[in-house]
Design a protein around this ligand. Structure first.
Ligand code: NCD
Length: 319
């Protein structure tokens, strides 16, 4: 089992899955496993990050990502500060950099940042002297979500390579989909995207995936089915005729799932819109749904990310 001291992660920040090698991904997942065990003990706290400061800077709303980053930092013994910035208060560009410089002056060791604009977290990372973790930037990447999804799959299926994984729904606006496509491709899975043409990026095929517009055809022989929320806050105009019609064609229910392998498992990053992209009963079916396990894995994966990024560059503040 990988431990904090033996695993070397050669990056200053975690801004995306794109560019990570399969062995770097595997190293992160192996380290996360040790934290899954720690989180199941009565005493969940250790002092690895004692004296370190973690600032969670969220320019966009979040429930599970922010909470699990907070819990992850606290379980490792860090001092954790949460800053929620109302979207309406942001003047893009200058204000973001100003905020970064202000926080930088307080000598944090790690910044966890969520921002509605793709690329904003990368920009911020260039301006500060500490490690930066991308907790979701616009429609670009959400690396810790893809890692927790991968850990959930690997624990249930024993591997990621050669599995067929369908990602279904609003791919166009989804940073979760983008990070998962990079990770699953890197780890040798077969990736399918299932969505109406209006909810797919123009260049979808160039991402190294198979594209389907029909749920039953796309789900045939799949091992994993990942459902995505309709991200209406990122939509300008209407992308689907009606929610009812969307559920009829693209909502996952037991009937459509029967096209997949008999032991296919269902995932969802949350927040879930029951009756829109997923049938409520199926979401709660403990034999088919991994949704609660994904949340558990989220804390462990974020502990692993905080661990590797704060240990290596511990003495390079300002660098
Ligand atoms: C996702 C996100 O914010 O990108 N949620 C999450 O982090 N668990 C997906 C979504 O908002 O639909």
């Amino acid at each position: 089992m990988t431990t904090a001291s033996s695993y070397v992660f050669p990056h200053r920040h975690l801004l995306g899955i794109e560019g990570l090698s399969p062995s770097e991904i595997t190293g992160l997942l192996d380290l996360s496993e040790t934290y899954v065990e720690q989180n199941r003990q009565v005493d969940k706290k250790q002092s690895l990050l004692r004296g370190r400061t973690q600032i969670n800077l969220f320019f966009e709303s979040s429930t599970r990502t922010r909470t699990s980053f907070e819990l992850a930092g606290k379980r490792l013994g860090a001092d954790v500060i949460n800053m929620s910035v109302a979207v309406s208060a942001i003047k893009k560009g200058e204000t973001l950099i100003d905020t970064a410089m202000t926080l930088n002056a307080m000598h944090p060791d790690v910044l966890v940042v969520r921002h509605p604009d793709s690329g904003a977290v990368n920009l911020l990372a260039q301006k500060v002297g500490c490690a930066v973790i991308n907790a979701g930037d616009g429609c670009h990447e959400h690396p810790t979500q893809a890692l927790l999804d991968a850990l959930t799959i690997r624990r249930r299926k024993g591997r990621i390579a050669r599995l067929t994984v369908a990602i279904c729904g609003d791919i166009l606006h989804s940073r979760v989909a983008r990070s998962n496509i990079h990770l699953l491709n890197a780890m040798g899975a077969r990736v399918r995207l299932i969505a109406p043409p209006t909810l797919l990026p123009d260049s979808a095929e160039r991402l190294g995936v198979e594209v389907f517009h029909d749920m039953r055809k796309g789900l045939e022989d799949c091992d994993i089915v990942m459902m995505l929320r309709l991200q209406t806050e990122r939509m300008q105009g209407s992308f689907v005729p009606s929610v009812r019609e969307y559920f009829h064609f693209y909502g996952l229910d037991a009937d459509k799932l029967s096209a997949a392998k008999p032991d296919a498992l269902v995932m969802h990053p949350g927040p879930m819109n029951r009756g829109v992209e997923i049938d409520s009963e199926l979401a709660d079916d403990i034999d088919r749904s991994l949704i609660r396990e994904q949340v558990e894995m989220g804390v462990a994966v974020r502990m692993a990310c905080l661990d590797i990024l704060t240990q290596q560059f511990a003495n390079t503040v300002g660098g």
